[in-house]
Structure formats: C-alpha cells, structure tokens
Design a protein around this ligand. Structure first.
Ligand code: KIV
Ligand code: ZN
Length: 408
C-alpha cells in the first residue's frame, strides 16, 4: 500500500452542530467540548459565528484562548462588519482561521440574497481580500455549491484563490448531491481551479438523504483533503457528516481509503458521550460507531461467533473507539455460550447440567422481559449456587473493605 495521504478533519460541532434545534450550549459547555475535541485530535475547530450573537462571540474568543493546538475557525458572511467581528473573536488563537462564505446557486441568489452573479463575484473578491489582510489562513465556502452552475462556481472559486484563499469549501448545503455527482463536482473544481497549487479542497456535506458520509468519502477520491463534520452527526436539519463515521471508515478501510487522520480514535466514544450529556440527547441505538448497539450482539449464532473470535462479527474493536468492552447483550436470542460466559464473568462456573436448567429458566424470563440484567441472572441460579455467589461477593466486599481500611 502507498503512503496514506494526511487529510484534515474540520470539526463544526460547535458551529453548524450547535445552531441546530435542541443543540445549543452555554459558554462553559462549549469550552469543555472544545477541550475534548482537541484531545480527540481534530485539525480545525470551528468555534462559532461571532456576528450571530454576543454569546457566539464570547465562545469563539474563549475557545481561541483555551485550545492552542488546533486551528480555530470563526465563520463570517462576506460583509466587512461580519469579517471584522469574526477576526476580533479569533485573532488571539495560536492558529486563527477566517471562514467566509456566500451562496452561489441561482436559487439562493434570486430568492435569498437578491443579488446578481456579478455582485456575488465582487462580494467574494472583497471579502477574501479583507480577510486575507487580517490573516493568512482564509477559507472560502460557496454555499449551496452542489446546486450551483459549475461554470459560475469555478469562476467564484478562482476569484477566491486569486485573492489568497487557501481552502475552498464545497458545501452540499441541502444534502442533495450523490457520491458520483459530488465526485464530478470536486474533480472539476480541482482540475479547473486548484490544479497544482497548494490550495486545499474541503467538503461540507449535509445528511438530508443520508448520504453525507458517502459523499464526503467520494470527494476524497476526487482530491478533497479536508472534511467538515460533526460529532454524532449533529447539524442543521438532518445533520452533517458524522465525524466518527468518516474517521472510522478511513481507519477500518485503509485499503480502499488510503488517508491518514490525526484523530485519536479511542477518544471518539468519550467525545460522543460528552456531547450527548451536554445537549441532553444521544444518538439512536443503532447509530454507527457510537450507538448503544454498535457493538452489541444478541443473536445466539452471533454471540457464539464473537466469543470465539470477535472478527466474526466485528470490523473494529469497541476499545479502538473507546467503547467499554462489554460486547454481549443478553436477550431472548442469546444462546448457552453467551449465558455461561456471563455467569463466568459474574464468578459462577456452571456444570453442564446446571447450565441446561438455568438456560431453560433464562429463555422463559427472556420471553417476558426485553433486557436481562445481571441481577436477573443471579435470581435464576439454583438456590445453592446463589448462596455461594452471595457469600463470594460478601467475602470480596470484606476483603476490599479491609484493604481500604488498612490502606493496602
Ligand atoms: O451548509 C453550509 O453551506 C454551511 C456553510 C456556512 C459552510 O454550513
Ligand atoms: Zn452546513
């Protein structure tokens, strides 16, 4: 395999994610999450949209002061007031970035901006020039790029490059594109605008058709080298490309996606959990990589396979993404293998005859109860074994108390 090419992970959980319904965070929460994003190893943290509110301004400023390893980006439209406000918020970062954007699709020009193509071209020129007079690191986004006329899109991007933008972002703002179409759009931008310059192509995909991650990965194939994404895939409407999915796709399928990322994958689950705790809601149970069931195996055949060798049904280990290693969920589809393994973990070794009796009781209970907890399992044991287990536990508790009391 050739040397994997390094791609940048641009996290916009604190900006695109935070601006979606139910996901707002206060200053202290934003700082806590930003610290965790830095521990996770993302390259860029988009900390907010400073002109939007005083709270956003303060958050960008605080994150800029606090996180000294990552690049900190502040979002702004193309007006002078927006750009100066964003710069004021981000300028003390160790690595500040101004991220300016304007829409380029005719739908947005006509119905939202009420501007002509020539006017938007000029707005791009002025904005990038002003931003570039403040910092070297300027990213330009063409909002609704995937529904824009490709000739015009390339013209706008070329203007941004002429004025010194170092990153060109191609957002699929409304989650409309498909992998093959997006690959073509990004290839065209690379061939016509970027050519052999060191300008980075970035992509920012929304998930309205559930294609955000697939589209982002297709763009890598066409030359994109920065992916904008969010933890747990939060973001406007159906969300953004999920960071954990992008990163683990590149990690697990390095044979097909030969790109390296700076992310410490074991920090993925703790980050996902922190975000859920802050915003007060988590991901769906079957969410890839970080969902409660992502590493759970209930069917007997699956449990047997995983216990023999996790490779049978797991393409990555829970530990590799920081999920605690308990793989087996006991329920009505579980088999004897998993049951006896759980009893062993609970300190009870069952004879084959005891396993038979206990397994029968277990299936009866599992028919009535959705989830079987350790307490339920203990109650299924023959009386003598429960007593033995209880004694073993109290012996253990006594030993622990003793060790604690005597500092051993
Ligand atoms: O979805 C979008 O187009 C955006 C831009 C501001 C990058 O969030
Ligand atoms: Zn967006």
């Amino acid at each position: 395999m050739t040397n994997p090419e390094r791609i940048r992970i641009f996290d916009t959980t604190l900006r695109d994610g935070e601006q979606s319904p139910g996901c707002s965070m206060n200053l202290e929460e934003k700082i806590r999450l930003a610290r965790q994003l830095q521990a996770l190893g993302v390259d860029v943290i988009e900390a907010g949209f400073p002109i939007a509110s005083d709270g956003d301004f303060a958050a960008v400023r605080a994150v800029a002061e606090e996180c000294r390893e990552a690049t900190i980006a502040a979002l702004c439209r193309t007006t002078e007031q927006d750009i100066l406000r964003a710069w004021d918020a981000v300028k003390d970062a160790a690595r500040p970035r101004l991220h300016t954007f304007v829409a380029t699709s005719d739908i947005h020009l006509e119905h939202k901006l009420k501007k002509t193509r020539a006017e938007v071209l000029q707005m791009t020129r002025d904005a990038v020039r002003l931003a570039r007079s403040l910092t070297e690191d300027v990213e330009f986004s063409a909002e609704d790029a995937t529904r824009s006329d490709i000739e015009y899109l390339c013209e706008v991007f070329s203007t941004a490059v002429e004025e010194g933008a170092r990153t060109l972002n191609v957002p699929d703002t409304v989650g409309y594109t498909t992998p093959t179409e997006f690959r073509e759009i990004v290839s065209t931008v690379r061939e016509r605008v970027v050519r052999d310059s060191d300008v980075t192509i970035s992509v920012h995909c929304h998930n309205d058709l559930g294609l955000a991650v697939a589209n982002s990965l297709a763009a890598l194939d066409a030359g994109a080298r920065q992916i904008e994404c969010t933890v747990n895939g939060i973001g406007e409407r159906a969300g953004n490309a999920a960071l954990e999915e992008v990163v683990m796709a590149c990690t697990v399928r390095a044979d097909r996606l030969p790109y390296s990322v700076g992310v410490r994958t074991e920090e993925i689950y703790p980050t996902s959990q922190m975000l859920s705790e802050i915003i007060g809601f988590g991901v769906q149970p079957n969410k890839a990589v970080v969902g409660r069931n992502a590493f759970a195996h209930e069917a007997g055949i699956h449990q047997h396979g995983v216990l023999s060798n996790p490779l049978c049904y797991e393409i990555m280990t829970p530990e590799s993404v920081g999920v605690p290693a308990n793989r087996i969920v006991l329920g009505k589809h579980s088999g004897r293998h998993a049951l006896s393994r759980r009893y062993e973990e609970l300190g009870v070794a069952l004879s084959p005859a005891e396993l038979e009796t206990t397994y029968r009781r277990f299936t009866e209970l599992a028919d009535r109860k959705k989830r079987i907890y350790d307490q339920d399992l203990l109650s299924l044991l023959p009386a003598s074994r429960s007593l033995e287990h209880a004694l073993g536990q109290s012996q253990r508790a006594l030993t622990l108390d003793f060790a604690e009391a005597y500092g051993r």
